[in-house]
Design a protein around this ligand. Structure first.
Ligand code: BGC
Length: 415
């Protein structure tokens, strides 16, 4: 779960984005009310047989004014950690899941080096408050997605559309990861530090067309490989035609990472256009005839294994930090779970270091620009009463969790 998508009533840059009419799906509002119901959610996860619970800390709650920390907010997350531990759920803590405090973009934006210190301070305070039981950290959620949406197409906050700003923002986000990792390690002995990276399958729209195939390799290189290079070698050079290049060097990054988190959902089909302005088009398709998800994504576990192999080339333990689908009627989720867990077993059989699987998501949540339409939950949310009810596929999750999935995460292994 991520804070903004479930907690409710958390004024931040996204709230302002919604009020300015920049989302398609309306406001987040009370969300799933998890700020008051986290313990209930934790109990539901435990009753599904989960042994881990991923959540994110709202920076805007914890530091509503620059340098002024809200102890009650920190304490609230600390209580959640205690409860998770008591329930046998490993807390997996994310520090940046897309939203920022209202002051952030004006005072210490990601395009400035001041962002790194600001984030490190927030990380240090949070790590100290959450204490020794919070050992598993996915510091940043999908930094590249944030950079592309927030700094290159300007579709999400802060709404900038500039390739040079995007390149700078990525560099500072990675520096912030490194600085935060040092703070967390100082505060939490034995902490395992990771990142959650969105990895996407790409396929040529016309299987034999050399231009479509070339586009696939450019897209894979840019979207999937950039962070692997950054965390593997401490340098990256990513090209997005026609004019965008992100390049940088952070030699300390590899040592700041203990495991690599993979968020996997779907696959895009690419077609070369080459008409000057647009190099290519991309779309979700359903060549395997499984039916698209409610938000139009292909269900394609076949694309998962190659991406896990690619991620494993980093040489670090892998954790699947997100995988799921929008399926309000719950007609596809059980099979989706079975397919993807079978891929994990195949990955493990060939020696890939997959250490765990976190399903996205426990409860229906606010889907950013798409609002409340897509329903990702194993638990269905009643938007009026905020009551949760298990969808039938929760039974499949429970069965899988009692076997293959019920194993320890990287932070518990040999540390
Ligand atoms: C994001 C989640 C989101 C999910 C489904 C991921 O990329 O981290 O916040 O809910 O995709 O859209």
């Amino acid at each position: 779960m991520s804070h903004y998508q479930v907690e409710g009533n958390d004024p931040c840059d996204w709230t302002d984005w919604e009020s300015a009419g920049r989302t398609r799906g309306g406001p987040c509002g009370r969300a799933a009310g998890s700020w008051e119901r986290y313990e209930e959610d934790a109990e539901a996860a435990a009753s599904l047989g989960a042994n881990a619970f991923r959540f994110s800390v709202s920076w805007s709650r914890v530091e509503p004014r620059k340098g002024k920390f809200d102890e009650a907010a920190l304490e609230r997350y600390a209580r959640l950690v205690v409860r998770l531990d008591a329930l046998g759920l490993e807390p997996v803590v994310t520090l940046l899941h897309y939203t920022h405090p209202r002051w952030f973009h004006a005072e210490t934006p990601w395009t400035s080096t001041a962002s790194v210190d600001a984030f490190a301070r927030f990380a240090a305070r949070t790590a100290r408050a959450l204490g020794p039981k919070a050992r598993c950290w996915t510091v940043l959620n999908e930094p590249l997605v944030l950079v592309l949406g927030g700094f290159l197409d300007g579709q999400v906050p802060p709404g900038i559309a500039s390739a040079s700003d995007a390149a700078r923002a990525l560099d500072h986000l990675l520096a912030a990861h490194e600085a935060a990792a040092a703070q967390i390690r100082a505060a939490v002995p034995g902490a395992a530090i990771g990142v959650a990276h969105n990895m996407m399958g790409f396929a040529p729209e016309r299987a034999r067309n050399p231009f479509d195939r070339a586009l696939v390799s450019v897209a894979n290189r840019f979207y999937n490989q950039t962070l692997l290079d950054a965390f593997g070698e401490g340098r990256w050079s990513a090209y997005l035609p026609p004019f965008t290049r992100f390049a940088g060097k952070r030699p300390g990054l590899p040592a700041s990472l203990d495991f690599f988190g993979v968020n996997f959902y779907s696959r895009l089909h690419l077609r070369f256009l080459g008409d000057g302005g647009r190099i290519g088009s991309f779309a979700y398709r359903d060549p395997l005839g499984r039916g698209l998800t409610d938000n139009g994504w292909e269900v394609v576990p076949e694309a998962f294994l190659p991406l896990l192999r690619q991620a494993a080339s980093l040489g670090k333990p892998l954790l699947v930090t997100e995988n799921g689908l929008a399926d309000a009627a719950d007609t596809k989720r059980a099979a989706f779970l079975e397919f993807h867990v079978a891929v994990l077993q195949a990955a493990e059989a060939e020696g890939l270091p997959v250490h765990g699987y976190l399903h996205w998501s426990l409860v229906d949540n606010y889907e950013w620009l798409d609002g409340w339409e897509p329903r990702f939950g194993l638990l269905e949310l009643d938007r009026e009463t905020l009551a949760r009810r298990e969808r039938p596929s929760a039974r499949t999750f429970r069965r899988l969790a009692s076997g293959y999935l019920g194993r320890p995460l990287p932070s518990r292994q040999g540390r």
